[in-house]
Write a protein that binds this ligand. Structure first.
Ligand SMILES: CCOCCOc1ccc(-c2cn(C[C@@H]3NC[C@@H](O)[C@H]3O)nn2)cc1
Length: 447
């Protein structure tokens, strides 16, 4: 048997996000977010699902922390619901909301699990959306006010912070493709949102240095891996364009202080333009301590005239697929990490999300999700290969601890290593839970 053994200091973890697991959407002063509005608008979410109750983790967080303790993870990545702690988006804090997160953090610390807080995991307070949302610059100041309040509340015990989760999803998927909240299909809006998300990141990094001087802060872009279907230049160029949309567009500003010209030119052909003001890029490119990378899938792709903004067509034949339809492409994980290191140098990286959707149900008390175990084996092997090649990987945080509300897919898509019965909220450890538990506790696994 082949053993894959990781560096002794690699941090192992699991991740969730507020709107996807908490529920209690109207409890103890929480105000609506754009995802409450979006999910309650017919047609936006499969089966008309919403996050009103989700996994009821708001009331069951102690049980969920016990599962993390059973796993033996070093870290737990969760997000704070902005409208739960700051219902108006700015101004006063909601003490009940703050108390929930203080209790959750204390429960983690009592079990020797390090909290990693994501400040923005897509649940913008609706009241701010009503004032223009991320399309307007003032929301970057509202975010800074929220971030500063959280740094002051929890910075004494929480030392790792992530500003923005998957800015590509929160900007282009949400405001150009219209698939996520607020569901707009407006390129200019998406470009403005992408810039304001990065500006909000920069403003909060600047504040963080004053408030939590011994802390570490980063952000968590998502990326898939597309490689040319052939060596035809048109196929190579098509992949480059789409990859730059997720990688360079969100990483060049932070690590190079500029947006990629290739994409600016493409956007301009569709009447989309950046609105950058004096000082913005200096804020956005303030040094950070780590970068999160969220990776799920990849494939070959080819040029297809007129197909979307970038005239690219992923070709998904020949791939094993998960139950959300995404190809399983672990090599893409390795190639992405090497590519990022080549482009941006030795930025410390946490894998802040990696996991698979398989919709197994409980049968006689068992959830036999062998496919998820195989996915994890393949991707952790690819990660190990990247580490051996010198990529500075600091941690692996699996998506997700629990089955949860998978955005526009609702509860129809299960990413958890723990099965959730959405009627009773009963949790059931899947076979992948036990496999991951062993890998975490051993720091190695056998192929
Ligand atoms: C060109 C057309 O493209 C359509 C692609 O549409 C999507 C939809 C969804 C995703 C997506 C979903 N996830 C998992 C989440 N990451 C954060 C966490 O909350 C998980 O639930 N990552 N990416 C990407 C692309």
């Amino acid at each position: 048997m082949t053993t894959i053994e990781f560096p002794k200091d690699l941090k192992w973890g699991a991740a969730t996000a507020a709107y996807q697991i908490e529920g209690a959407a109207k409890k103890d002063g929480r105000a609506p977010s754009i995802w409450d509005t979006f999910s309650h608008t017919p047609g936006n979410v499969k089966n008309g699902d919403n996050g009103d109750e989700a996994c009821d983790s708001y009331h069951r967080y102690k049980e969920d922390v016990q599962y993390l303790n059973d796993l033996g993870v070093d870290v737990y990545r969760f997000s704070i619901s902005w409208p739960r702690v700051m219902p108006k988006g700015t101004d006063e804090l909601n003490p009940e909301g703050v108390k929930y997160y203080r209790n959750l953090i204390q429960e983690l610390l009592d079990h020797d699990i390090e909290p990693i807080i994501t400040l923005y995991h897509w649940d913008l307070p609706q009241t701010l959306q009503d004032q223009g949302g991320w399309e307007v610059r003032s929301t970057t100041d509202a975010f800074k006010e929220y971030a500063v309040a959280m740094f002051k509340e929890f910075g004494d015990v929480v030392k790792k912070w992530i500003t923005i989760n998957e800015p590509w999803c929160a900007s282009f998927l949400s405001n150009y493709l219209g698939i996520h909240a607020p569901g707009k299909q407006d390129l200019q809006a998406a470009i403005d949102v992408s810039h304001h998300l990065l500006l909000a990141h920069g403003k909060s990094v600047q504040a963080f240095r004053e408030i939590v001087p011994d802390g570490e802060i980063g952000y968590a872009p998502n990326a898939d891996w597309l490689e040319p279907y052939s060596q035809q230049q048109e196929d190579i160029d098509a992949c480059e364009r789409d990859m730059q949309w997720k990688i360079e567009w969100f990483m060049d500003p932070v690590f190079k202080g500029e947006y990629p010209q290739l994409l600016q030119d493409i956007f301009a052909k569709h009447n989309g333009y950046l609105n950058v003001e004096e000082g913005d890029m200096e804020l956005i490119s303030l040094p950070i301590d780590f970068m999160g990378i969220n990776y799920y899938s990849g494939s070959v792709a080819r040029y297809k005239e007129g197909n979307g903004l970038f005239e690219v067509e992923p070709i998904w034949v020949d791939y094993q697929k998960t139950d959300i339809g995404w190809p399983v492409y672990a090599d893409g994980f390795y190639k992405l990490l090497i590519h990022i290191q080549q482009k941006y140098g030795d930025v410390p990286i946490y894998i802040t999300e990696n996991g698979a959707c398989y919709n197994h149900e409980v049968e006689d008390g068992v959830v036999n999700d062998q496919e998820r175990i195989d996915y994890l084996k393949q991707h952790l092997t690819a990660l190990h290969r990247a580490i051996k090649s010198g990529v500075p990987i600091k941690g692996y945080i699996l998506w997700s601890l629990l089955d949860n509300f998978e955005w526009a897919e609702g509860y129809s898509k299960r990413f958890g290593i723990i099965h959730v019965n959405y009627r009773t909220f009963e949790r059931t450890k899947k076979e992948s839970f036990y496999w991951y538990q062993k890998a975490v506790q051993n720091n190695w696994f056998e192929l």
